[in-house]
Ligand binder design. Structure first.
Ligand SMILES: Cc1cc2nc3c(=O)[nH]c(=O)nc-3n(C[C@H](O)[C@H](O)[C@H](O)COP(=O)(O)OP(=O)(O)OC[C@H]3O[C@@H](n4cnc5c(N)ncnc54)[C@H](O)[C@@H]3O)c2cc1C
Length: 496
């Protein structure tokens, strides 16, 4: 029998695992240690806090489980639900994680865990094409689960010339296979946009966008440690580094998970980490013919349910701060917002309740998930606009920074001018700075772009909804109506 260890991965362990010599660039420089760099260190600590949270004795049962044959508890994100009840228990754990960042860590470790368990549930899709690649995937998911790995993924090609096929882009743009030998393959080129990659252990590299026969060089999927030789990570601007203080930017300063372009400079991948090889259709099937895509986007809706609830709380608090809550048109706006939060939660419950058994596994209702995805990528910017509409200039009429409170002359004026129906001046400033960080700062603005695009542009998500809807059932209702009368029966009725 495997002895049970009493604990699971901790934050300190996660931080230590990131000191691995990875190649990350920002502001023209190579980063010596992402865990200490001012662009990333707080986000890294927020990621670590997720592991500390699940390791707490009072949370461990709720947040973790012991994988078969293992001796260490890991996040429930890795648990493959066998029933509705297990799915709901897993979701509650994921919501508890999301609540730690108010839903602003989009690519917390549960996202990739969801991708991988979903694909693992459909392992026969891989087996049909290549038993070796299927074995590699199953072995990797087992390893990632037991190690409670934090993974990110890059599955989208760099936006360049959209009118051209991926295979027709400039050479070396899109990551492709450039060599193979008995030990593995070599890849060269780029992928966008490894969110959370600076604080992840590994990256899954795949191709979600449709490929054509002839584009086999681009048709691969593999996993790499973030310190793989030749893997170069080019970070976008750090909002954490530009945050003034926690008081001024409570979200940007701590939850800037980062997004980065990844360049594979002749990176060697051993065969046991290659899951798809030169198979354009399997690139599609690994996401769409397995529950992979359903599980990954179900996780995104779980996280969004927390974030949108937080935003509703923010909206109401703004109206309380400026004393408008009971103006009929304002409470109507809040009522609409509350209904929208209810809709997100109802869609989440719906995809769970109307899920189905896929052999041993319980999977969410795919069309309900796509419906949620299409509707919420439109909803998010609308919610942000509503909050800005409710706030007026309150989000801007704020002291330049927390340092203003260190100047008695300024504090006296702040105390006279930052008046509110419900909050003391300091409290009002603190709250409105948090609100601006969520909806108006560069960080907040990136979140709007994220929610609009993380699952693909609208033509992509609507395409999924189009493909998975029960058109036959809908058309059947139309046919039933039409078959209840015809010209002859109507003529007979008219002549009666
Ligand atoms: C903040 C953020 C984080 C991200 N994180 C990740 C990540 O971690 N991993 C990852 O792999 N990817 C990530 N992405 C990438 C994301 O998946 C893509 O942005 C998304 O799939 C859309 O692809 P695109 O950016 O190439 O836009 P496009 O597909 O080029 O779409 C942009 C716009 O162009 C138009 N358009 C383009 N093609 C068509 C067409 N055929 N028909 C109609 N209209 C068209 C539409 O107006 C569309 O809205 C992230 C993106 C953002 C913004």
């Amino acid at each position: 029998m495997v002895p049970i260890m009493s604990h699971c991965k901790t934050g300190a362990e996660h931080i230590a695992s990131l000191k691995d010599g990875r190649t990350v660039y920002i502001d023209g420089e190579l980063v010596a240690d992402v865990t200490e760099h001012r662009a990333f260190r707080n986000a890294v600590r927020s990621a670590a806090a997720l592991y500390d949270f699940q390791a707490r004795p009072d949370n461990i049962e709720f947040m973790t489980f012991i994988p078969d044959g293992s001796n260490r508890r890991v996040s429930r994100a890795w648990q493959m639900p066998r029933s509705y009840d297990e799915m709901v228990a897993r979701r509650k754990a994921l919501q508890a994680w999301a609540a730690l960042s108010c839903g602003f860590l989009g690519r917390s470790p549960d996202h990739l865990a969801s991708v991988l368990i979903g694909q693992r549930m459909g392992i026969e899709v891989f087996e049909k094409r290549s038993p070796e690649r299927a074995k590699a995937l199953a072995g990797y998911v087992d390893f990632a689960t037991r190690s409670d790995l934090f993974l990110t993924y890059v599955i989208i090609n760099p936006q360049a010339e959209r009118a051209k096929d991926w295979g027709a882009q400039q050479e070396d743009l899109v990551a492709r296979v450039v060599d193979e030998d008995s030990s593995g393959i070599t890849i060269r080129g780029a992928k966008m946009l490894g969110t959370s990659s600076i604080m992840a252990n590994e990256v899954l590299v795949a191709n979600l966008q449709p490929l054509k026969p002839g584009e086999e060089d681009l048709a691969f999927c593999c996993a790499l440690p973030m310190n793989a030789n030749g893997l170069r990570v080019l970070s976008r601007k750090s909002y954490e580094a530009h945050a003034v203080s926690i008081f001024d930017n409570p979200l940007s300063s701590r939850f800037d998970e980062n997004d980065a372009l990844m360049y594979f400079d002749d990176v060697k991948v051993p065969w046991e980490r290659v899951f798809v090889y030169r198979d354009t259709d399997l690139c599609r099937a690994q996401f769409h013919d397995t529950p992979g895509h359903a599980y990954q986007n179900y996780q995104a809706q779980i996280r969004l349910s927390v974030k949108i609830t937080f935003l509703a709380g923010l909206a109401r608090r703004i109206t309380e701060a400026i004393g408008t809550t009971n103006i009929p048109s304002v409470s109507e706006q809040l009522g609409m917002l509350a209904a929208e939060v209810g809709m997100v939660n109802a869609m989440l419950s719906g995809m769970e309740a109307s899920g189905s058994q896929l052999g041993e596994w319980y999977v969410p209702n795919k069309h309900f998930m796509y419906s949620a995805q299409v509707l919420t990528q439109d909803l998010y910017p609308r919610v942000i606009r509503t909050i800005r509409d409710l706030a007026g200039g309150a989000l801007i009429m704020l002291p330049s920074s927390v340092l203003d409170f260190g100047n008695p002359e300024m504090t006296a004026i702040i105390n006279k001018t930052q008046r509110s129906a419900t909050m003391a001046p300091e409290q009002k400033v603190k709250f409105l700075k948090a609100a601006w960080d969520a909806v108006g700062s560069e960080f907040g603005s990136r979140h709007t772009q994220y929610e609009m695009f993380y699952a693909g542009a609208r033509f992509v998500t609507c395409g999924h909804s189009f493909r998975t809807f029960d058109w036959k059932g809908a058309g059947g209702l139309v046919d039933a109506l039409l078959s209840s009368y015809d010209v002859q029966s109507e003529l007979a009725r008219a002549n009666h």
